[in-house]
Design a protein around this ligand. Structure first.
Ligand code: AR6
Length: 168
């Protein structure tokens, strides 16, 4: 397994699956979710609505998979990160579950490469360094996908990931 980080827009990354930091409604939103739906087109939203109709959205920590629509990636995995609420509300475990369940879903779909955004570190306010430590630890503990790329958008996350992955 290789783990790396890049800085940029995840909608441009050519891997087999990109992960979306969605919300429980699966109906889109701001941040990376908005960018993915905008770039990927309406087939992604249609697939999300189908999943919603079937199972009523997606719980925090869980993940569902749809087409990648117009994106370079074949699939999008939509996972719902926890809202940071001080740290004593199971946030760390829920964030770990996002990474673990997304990796498992990729494996179940025979995917070899996956790109993650920095889940929960935007609108949901999870402290960036804590989130990065959880993301990297969880990926290392679940070496089931050949290539994992962390796509950092803001400078602070990119700096944190570069530093933490140096020790690889
Ligand atoms: N590519 C990669 N990363 C991005 C991009 C992009 N195009 N745009 C933003 N980021 P956020 P959350 C980074 O707020 O905190 C939505 O409304 C951003 O810098 O997108 O999990 C959903 O519908 C940050 O580091 O997601 C939910 O309601 C990271 O993506 C809610 O936001 C995550 O920030 C989820 O909040």
């Amino acid at each position: 397994m290789t783990i790396s980080c890049i800085q940029g827009n995840i909608t441009k990354v050519a891997v087999e699956i990109i992960v979306n930091a969605a919300n429980t409604s699966l109906l889109g939103g701001g941040g990376v979710d908005g960018a993915i739906h905008k770039a990927g087109g309406k087939t992604i939203l249609e697939a999300c609505i189908k999943i919603r109709d079937k199972q009523g959205g997606c719980k925090t920590g869980e993940a569902v998979i749809t087409t990648g629509g117009l994106l370079p990636s074949k699939y999008v995995t939509h996972t719902v990160g926890p809202v940071w609420n001080g740290g004593n509300n199971n946030e760390a475990q829920l964030l770990e579950n996002c990474y673990k369940n997304s990796l498992q879903l990729a494996k179940d779909n025979n995917v070899k490469s996956i790109a993650f955004p920095n889940i929960s570190t935007g609108i949901y306010k999870f402290p960036k360094e804590k989130a990065a430590l959880i993301a990297i630890k969880t990926v290392k503990q679940n070496p089931i996908i050949e290539e994992v790329i962390f796509v950092c958008y803001d400078d602070e996350n990119y700096r944190i990931y570069k530093e933490l992955l140096k020790e690889n």
